[in-house]
Design a protein around this ligand. Sequence first.
Ligand SMILES: [Zn+2]
Length: 224
Amino acid sequence: MNCLDYRRVLLTGSGESGEMLRHRPGCVACSELQREHLAFEADLRRALEVPVADGLSERLAAAVRGPATARPDRRRFLAAAAVAAGAIGIGLYAWRGRDDPMAMACIDFVMKDEAKSIMMGAMPRAEAERMLADTLPLARIERVGRIMHIAPCPLGEGTAYHVILMVPQDKVTLLVMPDTPMARPGRAVQHGMYASVVAAGRGSVGVVGASAAVVDSVAGALRA
Ligand SMILES: [Zn+2]
């Protein structure tokens, strides 16, 4: 088990395997990540238990209903990860050394500000629909996955709409930036996370997740 494998599995929320438990005590970086991850998950659980506006609350409730629904998702993810292992070997090559500044800012947001955004609460759906209509309509996002949270957040010079999206394989974060047009697609890899920024309407959208393959497929689906 190496650090990348450790991070990838930890960030899927599957818990630590025996191999991971043997790796962590000898590794400062992974110990640190595990501490941050536990704290984040605890914040996230607390935040998701608070009632939020509009129909989002039912969807949040469905998402945290418990192990009965969580486990099949996890098994599907692990099965998909095993099947994709060969493809990821190739896919990862395309990600190596990527450090686009906007994509890096998206990863930074997930590390530092995601929990805060969730705790501040979701925006009303009607408002989200209006704000994103010209950039990335909610209907298009919902063809890709289930929206668990959406709220406006400061990012760089402008405002990003922070979306937590459950897709069949994983949970990903979207940062929809209506006022940030992009010259060319950007990617970044940091803290065991992958970010891809692609054009959306006159603006752009960043996709962040723990799996390169999932981030690529979500970015592709949103662009199409
Ligand atoms: Zn390690």
